[in-house]
Ligand binder design. Structure first.
Ligand code: GDP
Ligand code: MG
Length: 369
C-alpha cells in the first residue's frame, strides 16, 4: 500500500501544492496539503500535469546492503546477551546491581559506572552483556519489532514467594522468543526461603531442574548477601557455550537501540547493542528514521572507544534525532545513502502519522454531523 503526502508529491514534481489540490478537486478528489493520497490518485493527478508516476519501489534493502555481505568463514564467537526477568519485587534490580558492583568496580577501582541501559561484565571465563532494563517491556517491545536481542533470560524467583503471575508471563515471553531460561532462586537468605517449592511450581510450568532430571539450570542466590553470583555467571557462560553464539565482526555494523535520550549538551544519545559487524567512530549510520555519523562512542564505563564489536553495548553520539528503543541501527558506506534511507523512512513515517490524524479529524467531522 504505497501512499504519499500530497505536499511531498507536489514538491517532487516541482508543482505548487495549491495547483495540485485544485486539479484534484476538479477530478472530484478532496484533499489538503498534509493528507496522503494513494498510488492511483497520484498517478491520475500526475498524468494531468504530463507526468508519469512509476511504481518504482525505493529499494531500501539494496541501499542497506543487509544480506549481501558474505559471512562465510568470518563467524567468530561472541559474548552472550542476557535479560533479567521475573515478578515485581523478586529482586531483578538488586541482582543487576550486585552483579554490576562486584564485577565492574572491582576491576576498575574507583570507576564510575554510567547508566546506559546495558553493561558488559568481565569474568575470568569471558564477557557477559546484561541488558539493564529489567522487566518485560523492553523485551516484548523489541520482539514486536522482530528483534530478539537477548540470548539468555535469567528468571528471578523469590524463594519466599514462589511463582507469581509475572513469573509465568516471563516464561511465556521467553518461550515465544525461543530464548533459554536460567532460573535464579533469589532471597535465599530469608527465613521463609523454600527453594523446593519454587522448583516444584516451575516444574508445573515446564521448567524442570537438572537435579530432577530436567534440563533447566537452577542457581540459588542472594542478591542482598552477594551469594551464588559467581555460580550464576558461570552458568550463564556454560549455557552460552551450548548456544555457540557467533557473529561476523568484519561486516557493516548492525544493532538495536536499547535506550535513548536527548542530552542538553550532547544532543541525541542512543545506547546501541551491536549484533553484527563492528561499529567505528566516523561511520555513517541510519537509526530508525534518523541518520548521522558516529561523532563519539562511549562504553558502559563512560570511556571513549573507537570501535565496538558484536554483543558490545555503546552509547553513540551524532544522530540527527532521538531514535526509539528497539529501532535498528545500520552502518553504511557513505553519508548520502544514510540520508537517503532516513529520508525515505521519515516520509513513510509522516504518511502514517498523517493518515492517523486525518482519520481522527474525519471521525470528529462525522461526530459533528
Ligand atoms: P525487582 O522489583 O524485581 O527489581 O526487585 P528489587 O530488586 O527492587 O527488590 C525488591 C525488594 O527485595 C527490595 O526491598 C530488595 O532489597 C529486596 N531483595 C532483593 N534481593 C534480596 C535478597 O536476596 N534477599 C533479601 N532478603 N531481600 C532482597
Ligand atoms: Mg526493579
Amino acid at each position: 500500500d504505497e501512499t504519499i503526502v500530497l505536499s511531498d508529491l507536489a514538491k517532487r514534481m516541482g508543482i505548487k501544492a495549491n495547483e495540485m489540490i485544485k486539479k484534484l478537486m476538479m477530478l472530484g478528489v478532496m484533499v489538503t496539503v498534509n493528507q496522503t493520497i494513494d498510488f492511483d490518485t497520484a498517478a491520475l493527478v500526475a498524468s494531468e500535469f504530463d507526468y508519469e508516476v512509476e511504481k518504482a519501489r525505493f529499494e531500501e534493502d539494496a541501499v542497506l546492503n543487509i544480506d549481501s555481505e558474505d559471512d562465510a568463514g568470518k563467524q567468530v564467537g561472541r559474548s552472550p546477551v542476557v535479560t533479567i526477568m521475573g515478578h515485581v519485587d523478586h529482586g531483578k534490580t538488586s541482582l543487576l546491581d550486585v552483579i554490576r558492583k562486584t564485577r565492574i568496580t572491582e576491576i576498575e577501582a574507583g570507576g564510575i559506572t554510567q547508566h546506559i541501559g546495558a553493561y558488559s561484565v568481565a569474568t575470568n571465563r569471558g564477557q557477559i552483556t546484561f541488558l539493564d532494563t529489567p522487566g518485560h517491556e523492553a523485551f516484548t517491545s523489541m520482539r514486536a519489532r522482530g528483534a530478539t536481542v537477548t540470548d539468555i533470560v535469567v528468571l528471578v524467583v523469590a524463594a519466599d514467594d514462589g511463582v507469581m503471575p509475572q513469573t509465568v508471563e516471563a516464561i511465556n515471553h521467553s518461550r515465544a522468543a525461543g530464548v533459554p531460561i536460567i532460573v535464579a532462586i533469589n532471597k535465599m537468605d530469608k527465613a521463609g526461603a523454600d527453594p523446593d517449592r519454587v522448583m516444584r511450581e516451575l516444574a508445573d510450568h515446564g521448567l524442570m531442574s537438572e537435579e530432577w532430571g530436567g534440563d533447566t539450570i537452577f542457581v540459588k542466590v542472594s542478591a542482598k548477601q552477594n551469594q551464588g553470583i559467581d555460580e550464576l555467571l558461570e552458568m550463564i557462560l556454560l549455557q552460552a557455550e551450548v548456544l555457540e553464539l557467533t557473529a561476523n565482526p568484519e561486516r557493516h555494523a548492525r544493532g538495536y537501540v536499547v535506550e535513548s535520550k536527548l542530552d542538553s549538551g550532547r544532543g541525541p544519545v542512543a545506547t546501541v547493542l551491536i549484533q553484527e559487524g563492528t561499529l567505528h567512530a566516523g561511520d555513517p549510520i541510519v537509526c530508525g528514521i534518523h541518520h548521522g555519523k558516529i561523532r563519539a562512542m562511549l562504553n558502559d564505563r563512560g570511556a571513549q572507544v573507537d570501535e565496538a564489536g558484536p554483543s558490545m553495548p555503546v552509547e553513540i553520539l551524532g544522530l540527527s534525532g532521538v531514535p526509539n528503543a528497539g529501532d535498528e541501527m545500520v552502518a553504511l558506506d557513505d553519508d548520502k545513502s544514510a540520508k537517503q534511507v532516513s529520508e525515505h523512512r521519515l516520509q513513510k513515517h509522516r504518511s502514517l502519522e498523517l493518515a492517523k490524524t486525518s482519520r481522527v479529524s474525519l471521525e470528529k467531522l462525522f461526530e459533528r454531523m
